[in-house]
Ligand binder design. Structure first.
Ligand code: TXA
Ligand code: MG
Length: 238
């Protein structure tokens, strides 16, 4: 259990040392990177939070499948409970496990996922009853999901074997962090305690993911938050 006094540990990860097989399972040429990611995965299994790099910004992640974990995200950030979290998956199978049984993706989503996943595009989906705790969705009827491109994020989700709910790793109201040092300065001594920050270097995109709602009854897509996937690129794909 992290204490409120101890600052977070920062463990360096080399993204270039991680490769993935066809099923999305990671392998590591750098043992220190593998050890860091396994330490983070162990914290996730213990219902704790960890900070990790994505290609957009650093995230504050915990299991998206259980309420204790999700609650720790809100307390660590001081985030209002009415602001839903993005769920990060590492494979299409992980997304499918969240969706209502037999759900067919809208054609626009299939095209957008082909073009932008893994990457900085978040889409809203309906979800299976009880697939995600209502804390994660803040009681919304939809869940926001994205597949991050950063090798450290993908490897962490794959090793944790659960999707990660992760808002940006800043205290509520502060700017989104693009370096591990920003996370340490902002949340390294958070009241609830953040035990571990994975340092994968600066984020390449530096801007949060674009959030798109394509579940509207009139079949139009709405950009709920502009971000790393440019609206013109989204329009071109459609
Ligand atoms: O790039 C990103 O998206 C980063 C990295 C860590 O993945 N995450 C991030 O999360 O920016 P956060 O929590 O700072 O922003 C999530 C945004 C919020 O504007 C939230 O309201 C919206 O996504 N959102 C999440 N779930 C939603 C839902 N079910 N319906 C509508 N909006 C939702
Ligand atoms: Mg944020």
């Amino acid at each position: 259990m992290p204490s409120s006094a101890a600052p977070a540990r920062v463990l360096a990860c080399d993204p270039a040392s991680i490769s993935f097989d066809g099923a999305g399972e990671p392998s590591f040429s750098d043992p220190a990177t593998e050890a860091a990611i396994d330490a983070a995965a162990a914290l996730v299994a213990a219902h704790d939070v960890v900070a990790f790099p994505t290609e957009t910004v650093y995230g504050l992640g915990a299991s998206a499948l259980d309420a204790t974990s999700a609650a720790r995200i809100f307390t660590t950030k001081g985030r209002p409970a009415d602001n839903p979290l993005i769920v990060h998956v590492a494979s299409p199978a992980m997304l499918a496990a969240l969706l209502p049984p037999g759900y067919t993706l809208p054609p626009a989503y299939a095209a957008l996922m082909r073009a932008f996943w893994p990457g900085p595009l978040t889409l809203l989906f309906p979800f299976a009853p009880d697939a995600v705790p209502s804390l994660v969705t803040a009681g919304q009827p939809t869940v926001a999901v994205r597949m991050p491109a950063h090798p450290v994020a993908r490897a962490l989700i794959a090793r944790a074997r659960v999707p990660l709910a992760a808002p940006s790793a800043n205290a509520s109201g502060k700017p989104s962090p693009t370096r591990a040092a920003h996370v340490l300065a902002d949340l390294g001594r958070a009241p609830r305690g953040l035990a571990l920050i994975l340092d994968g270097g600066p984020c390449a995109v530096g801007l949060e993911s674009t959030v798109v709602d394509g579940l509207r009854p009139d079949d139009t897509l709405r950009v709920l938050r502009p971000g790393g996937a440019a609206v013109e690129d989204i329009q071109r794909v459609l």
